[in-house]
Design a protein around this ligand. Structure first.
Ligand SMILES: *[C@@H]1O[C@H](CO)[C@@H](O)[C@H](O)[C@H]1NC(C)=O
Ligand SMILES: *[C@@H]1O[C@H](CO)[C@@H](O)[C@H](O)[C@H]1NC(C)=O
Length: 276
């Protein structure tokens, strides 16, 4: 056979096999189908069924299957053991601003400054004004101290001080008491003479002393509620109580005592015990 013929047979065979394949798949009746033009001279029928082939090698592992449907919800778990203590948390945020504090005490006055240079003093006027107020206050405070230093008298046991402010007897008692003393109570000639000299040297005529008969008329007592003992220095004709009540006692610049009206406002003399 020539090579061309062989080619033709092979071609034909392939077509026949294809044809038969089609017949098997689609169930066509071979007889109803005309043989191909190429193979018209030789009709090839299928042979008997061959022996069963050997078992093939195991195939390769297949691909992953599709993701399956979601499973049913599981049962609630049991409570587990308590865990260890957690770690310390983070530092918290910075707190809010605190309330304004209470105003502090005023400081000690500073020393005297150096003389200033010439300036536009408008801006210092306020400061100077405040200084004036402070100085005025200091002057008031110093007045009592200055008067005490200037006018004080003393014995071994006491200081005496004439307060040159007009006060009623009761106001005078209070005034001396809040300064730690008493309205003066001359209990002997020495003390009485000292106070008398103090009055006259101060250019005064009369001051309240700590003697009265407010409790019981005619029964004079010292301001410390002790009775007069074996000393008094009444002016001649006194005490006489008069038409108006004269239950308080003033000392005249002579050192003599005179009962007088308690509500009159006159100067007075305080005494302060020395500390032993
Ligand atoms: C009263 O007088 C007596 C005798 O003169 C004297 O001893 C006594 O100390 C006096 N009392 C007072 C409180 O001065
Ligand atoms: C004694 O006190 C009375 C009443 O205040 C007064 O009228 C009289 O002038 C006083 N006596 C003397 C000597 O000051």
């Amino acid at each position: 056979m020539s090579s061309g013929k062989v080619q033709q047979w092979r071609k034909c065979g392939t077509l026949v096999v294809l044809f038969l394949f089609q017949v098997q798949i689609f169930g066509f009746n071979v007889d109803n189908r005309p043989a191909t033009d190429v193979c018209s001279t030789h009709t090839i029928l299928p042979g008997p069924k061959g022996d069963e082939g050997e078992k093939g090698d195991q195939g390769e592992i297949g691909k992953h299957g599709k993701v399956g449907p979601k499973g049913p919800k599981g049962n609630k778990g049991t409570v587990g053991d308590s865990g260890d203590q957690g770690m310390i948390g983070k530092i918290g945020p910075i707190g809010g601003k605190g309330d304004k504090g209470v105003k502090g005490l005023s400081g000690v006055s500073g020393g005297k400054g150096k003389a200033g240079t010439v300036c536009d003093c408008g801006r210092y006027r306020k400061v100077v004004g405040q200084l004036d107020i402070n100085v005025a206050r200091l002057k008031t405070s110093m007045k009592f101290v200055k008067n005490v230093i200037a006018g004080i008298r003393e014995t071994d046991e006491k200081f005496y001080y004439i307060v040159q402010e007009e006060k009623s007897y009761k106001e005078a008692v209070t005034h001396c008491r809040i300064r730690g003393g008493m309205l003066a109570m001359p209990k002997d000639e020495a003390a009485n003479a000292l106070i008398a000299d103090y009055i006259s040297k101060s250019g005064l005529f009369r001051v309240f002393i700590g003697v009265n008969d407010l409790e019981k008329e005619g029964q004079f007592m010292y301001a410390d509620n002790t009775p007069l003992q074996n000393y008094s220095n009444w002016k001649e004709g006194e005490p006489k109580d008069g038409s108006v009540h004269e239950d308080c006692v003033e000392m005249l610049s002579t050192g003599e005592w005179n009962d007088s009206e308690c509500h009159l406002a006159i100067y007075f003399v305080c005494e302060f015990k020395k500390r032993k």
